[in-house]
Write a protein that binds this ligand. Sequence first.
Ligand SMILES: [Ca+2]
Length: 255
Amino acid sequence: MARWIRYFAGAACMACTPVSPPSTLASSIPASAAPATANASDLWWAPELGLSSLPSIPVRLDQSFADPYDTVASLNGNLDQKSVSNCNEYLRLLPLGYQPLTVNDGTRYKLEGCKCQAIKALEGAKPAKQETLAQFSLQDASVLSILPPLLGPTPSPLETLQRERATQEGKSWLVADPGVQLEAASMSRAKVVGRGWTTEIEVLARADFNGDASGDLLIQTVSYGTEGNWTEVKLRVLTQVTGKAVLAVALDIPV
Ligand SMILES: [Ca+2]
């Protein structure tokens, strides 16, 4: 499964809607269907995050990964290697450019990082007080009409530009990619299958991540080609904008 490609970490999101403070987050595609955690319906997170409660976030961030990752970064022209064994280390070293030594660890590391970033984002999140998105469901047949095209794959600069432009123009994913098929596994997990590519979507958390009182979705996407050897992992905060049918990308979180 470990297809590898290239890193987009830290890439600027040209189509993002400016929002308040940064948040952060990731995960693979586990089995449990019903997102089972949380307090009120206006603050929720996926069981895959392995987070038992909000007060336990510091402990969770310090919890050891199943296997540590050997990473490397170029510092002042010298290669520096570090082992990353928990979310705190991941979050500290990511901005310094540390990435896995082996190509095969690339996607796995990003998915681990998505979880870390999601948990970190929940640390600063609040329950939504209005427009909670509590009813959002990937099982809704019309959900592709409210998701932005930027959630789809961007394996080339041209595709990145096209999706950013379509998102800025307020187009929905369905308009940008007519004919794509939605295969929902649950309210929070689905696949979108296009011509030559698949995007796996997972809602990792729902809360007010940017402090404007309205609900946001923290969404992980894993895209890959049906033939090409590429995979990309993205983590974003989507939010509602008054008067707009399509959710806006409020934040593109590096992983
Ligand atoms: Ca919000």
